[in-house]
Design a protein around this ligand. Structure first.
Ligand SMILES: C[S@@+](CC[C@H](N)C(=O)[O-])C[C@H]1O[C@@H](n2cnc3c(N)ncnc32)[C@H](O)[C@@H]1O
Length: 324
């Protein structure tokens, strides 16, 4: 039995790939276009033509597909064999026999594997590093394949203190349950939460907002509300970080913030686009570690690097606050 399957069998890991396989049945042209648009917006580009793009923890393969359609040369990998199978299925369907898109099975924690992939203009690891079981180690190793001046686009679950700790227990309990009890557990945990949210929308005389948000959920990166709910419930291992901690971590490695989007104190992922300037900055450690207290989560958390232009886009809420 592989290590992955042992981890799943002992309840230490959620099988994201099986959920992605069900999601792919819902995949259509509209979801793919929305995914591509979200990549364009976040990276601030209309095309990725001629660039190299590494999708680390590719999941369904939807963002590898979007990047390939935008013209990038894509390498995708995931730890979960079912996620790898999903990505291969998308490649087979949309880009059969295409040498511009490679798919591998591998772990972002395997530094030798990462080194073997070479270096990329864009390394994309959305909602992955907090599910590895060793988030800070993964955050470090994912820098290995970033080219000098290349970009690292990551999304990391927001640290909500006791709420994050409570969810961690619930997720672990879900993963340890026999298959037949998972759905009842998911409903038992989430029905009261959803009822409370709906009741609140009723009290605010805005029940349509509750319904529309779920009906139009695909506008969140092309995702599906139900599959994201399952992904959120099961998503274990589960770690979290404040935006300040993430920015500080990469600053110490010579990365500057090109752009970031915070969910502030809410549940969901903070998204970051970093630029690798380690080749320029790593000689000057003292300047890189000037960090001052944040007035608000994600806001002005890190003092700008002297002599380096940083652009912080502080959007109150990202495209997607759901599961990752
Ligand atoms: C929530 S999904 C995100 C998928 C995709 N990046 C997206 O944005 O839709 C998390 C993915 O990370 C993968 N993953 C977890 N641990 C990993 C590891 N150590 N190395 C590579 N992928 C990993 C999971 O198998 C899963 O497919």
């Amino acid at each position: 039995m592989s290590r992955f399957h042992q981890e799943v069998a002992s309840g230490q890991r959620f099988e994201f790939g099986r959920n992605w396989q069900r999601f792919l049945k819902r995949l259509n042209g509209q979801r793919i276009r929305i995914a591509a648009r979200s990549l364009q917006r976040r990276l601030g580009v209309s095309s990725l033509a001629g660039t190299s793009f590494l999708d680390a923890g590719c999941g369904s393969g939807l963002f590898s597909l979007a990047a390939r359609q935008l013209g990038a040369f894509v390498t995708s990998f995931d730890y979960d064999p079912h996620s790898v199978a999903c990505t291969m299925a998308l490649r087979h369907r949309f880009f059969p026999n295409d040498p511009g898109w490679e798919v591998h099975q591998g772990s972002v924690l395997d530094r030798e594997f990462l080194k073997s992939l070479g270096r990329y203009d864009v390394v994309y690891s959305w909602g992955v590093l907090h599910h590895t079981g060793a988030m800070w180690e993964a955050m470090d190793s994912v820098t290995l394949p970033v080219k000098p001046s290349g970009r690292l686009f990551i999304a990391i679950y927001n640290d909500q203190g006791w709420q994050s700790r409570a969810w961690r227990h619930l997720k672990r309990a879900y993963c340890r349950l026999p298959r037949g009890l998972k759905l009842p557990f998911l409903l038992a945990v989430n029905a009261p939460i959803q009822s409370a949210i709906f009741l609140r929308s009723l009290l605010l005389l805005q029940p349509h907002r509750y319904v529309l948000k779920r009906l139009l959920y695909r506008n969140n990166r092309g995702m599906s509300w139900w599959h994201d709910l399952v992904d959120w419930m099961g998503g274990y291992p589960f770690e979290v970080a404040t935006p300040e901690a993430v920015i500080r971590f990469y600053r110490e490695r010579g990365y500057i913030v090109d752009n970031f989007w915070t969910v502030r104190n809410r549940q969901g992922c903070n998204e970051f686009v970093f630029r690798n300037l380690s080749h320029v900055l790593l000689g000057n450690v003292a300047e890189r570690t000037v960090v001052r207290e944040a007035d608000e989560p994600g806001q002005e958390a890190v003092a700008p690097l002297r002599g380096v232009q940083t652009h912080h886009s502080l959007t109150a809420q990202g495209d997607r606050r759901g599961a990752a």
